[in-house]
Design a protein around this ligand. Structure first.
Ligand code: HEM
Length: 244
């Protein structure tokens, strides 16, 4: 709340450049120029973005790091994809949109990690009219919970659901709508999808091309709180590689 009060008073100053989240939320105005969000709603939105924007991507990166250390075939395929991109660039060349578009296998592997271990395991929706589902009547106004795991492990949608197989995502159009819901779906689908894709692909690029790592502990389990976390954390032994 203190930060919100401080931002509000600073926004009165001439030439105050506000391009941060709190200032943007404070600037939202309705048709009658009245503020749209209360201070508490601003706090809630900032909290949502912090959790939704950080814990999700870090969870996926954690499980990718663990999976790659345990799966030499997937690791070798990602390494080849990323090394081909690195070799095609000058020494200091930064990654471009075109490079990201070439990271197809790395992204499919990420989607498969998220299928088996969705960062957000469930969400809620409210019914806008009576609906019948699976022989049950769900009355208008009820809150329903959609659980990603239930859909992602349904073998009529994803055959052999316990098998780790990034090739499932080679033809994404073949997956029926609302059946892959790691990023949710509909009007409230994750607005951070593209940003998450960029940060995960860029991180994986530098991780595999510049470092090697080994897991310090063999435990392959995880628990949820509510994000999935390896039960023993993920201690790794990491070393820098020689430059390509
Ligand atoms: C791998 C990374 C991520 C995953 C798996 C993920 C997943 C999700 C899911 C499942 C939802 C609920 C969508 C729904 O109800 O249909 C959601 C909502 C949201 N995500 Fe993400 N997310 C990720 C990254 C991010 C990032 C990087 C940001 C912001 C920088 C972000 C911001 C949000 C916000 C603000 C919402 C709430 C949207 C709303 O209620 O309208 N997410 N995310």
């Amino acid at each position: 709340m203190d930060i919100i009060h401080e931002k509000r008073s600073r926004m009165q100053e001439a030439n105050y450049l506000h391009n941060d989240l709190i200032s943007s939320l404070l600037s939202l105005r309705g048709d009658d120029n009245a503020t749209l969000l209360s201070d508490q709603e601003i706090v809630d939105n900032v909290r949502t973005v912090m959790v939704a924007g950080h814990d999700t991507s870090s969870t996926v990166l954690t499980f990718l790091t663990r999976h790659l250390a345990n799966d030499p075939v997937v690791y070798a395929t990602i390494l080849k994809e990323q090394e081909d991109i690195a070799i095609s660039k000058s020494l200091e060349g930064v990654l471009t949109w075109e490079d990201l578009a070439k990271m197809k296998y790395t992204w499919r592997t990420t989607l498969e990690i998220l299928r088996m271990i969705p960062a957000v395991f469930a969400g809620f929706r409210r019914t806008r009219k009576d609906i019948e589902f699976g022989g049950y009547l769900i009355p208008k106004g009820w809150q329903v919970c959609w659980a990603a795991n239930m859909t992602h492990m349904n073998d009529s949608i994803f055959p052999e659901p316990s098998k780790f197989d990034p090739s499932r995502f080679e033809n994404q159009a073949s997956i029926p709508p609302y059946c892959y819901v790691a990023f949710g779906g509909g009007p409230r689908i994750c607005p951070g999808y593209e940003f998450a894709r960029i940060e995960i692909l860029v991180t994986m690029h530098y991780l595999v091309t510049r470092y090697t790592w080994k897991l310090c502990c063999k435990d392959n389990k995880f628990s949820r709180d509510p994000m999935p976390i390896p039960t023993q954390g993920l201690p790794i032994d990491i070393e820098q590689k020689n430059k390509l």
